[in-house]
Design a protein around this ligand. Structure first.
Ligand code: FES
Ligand code: FES
Length: 197
């Protein structure tokens, strides 16, 4: 998966964030560098800038959506160093040298990521607003299961977690779809996991 892996392998990036002392009434600014979809990006940001706003407003990667801006909907889910996170709940300056994957980095129109192709095949969306977050979350979610991370519904904590409809529904519960495309989203994820064609 694009974007997964340890940040230690990154070539030396131009600097961890270092906030400049701000004059009274002015925002504290800091420079942060991270890798976004394979490209090193360096930004000079107000230290209060969320990762979501850095991606959307500063890098113009508007595939990542702002739904609630409060950690309640999952529309802003991106993959940071292999883990899915809500980009609205974290500050950009907290991620120096991270590898960040957004929906734009998962696939392209000509070469869809298998999860993107499965969403198309199974009609896993209606308005599509939640879809980038659903797809990024789903990709990382299947990797969590594969790496043996249990969930609230995993019955045997001594055995490797298995992909199932119940596991997917539980693990995807932070990604809300107000169009209610859940059953098709689950079908798409089961197909990508190899559990269903
Ligand atoms: Fe981040 Fe809703 S916009 S969780
Ligand atoms: Fe409309 Fe999910 S497809 S919110």
């Amino acid at each position: 998966m694009a974007g997964a892996g340890a940040c230690a392998a990154l070539p030396s990036l131009p600097g961890s964030p270092r906030a400049q002392p701000a004059p009274i009434g002015q925002p504290a600014m800091a420079r942060v560098a991270f890798e976004v979809n394979g490209d090193v990006r360096t930004l000079e940001l107000d230290t209060r800038t969320t990762l979501l706003d850095a991606l959307r407003e500063h890098l113009h990667l508007t595939g990542t959506k702002k739904g609630c801006d409060h950690g309640q909907c999952g529309a802003c889910t991106v993959i940071v160093d292999g883990h899915r996170i809500n980009a609205c709940l974290t500050l950009a300056v907290m991620h120096p040298e991270a590898r960040i994957t957004t929906i734009e980095g998962l696939g392209s129109i000509d070469r869809l990521h298998p999860m993107q192709a499965a969403f198309v095949k199974h009609d896993g969306f209606q308005c599509g607003y939640c879809t980038p977050g659903q797809i990024c979350s789903g990709v990382a979610m299947l990797e969590e299961i594969e790496s043996g991370i249990p969930s609230h519904v995993t019955s045997d904590l001594n055995a490797p977690a298995q992909v199932s409809e119940a596991e997917i529904r539980e693990r995807m519960s932070g990604n809300i779809c107000r169009c209610g495309a859940y059953s098709n989203i689950v079908e798409a994820m089961l197909e990508v996991s190899g559990r269903r064609a």
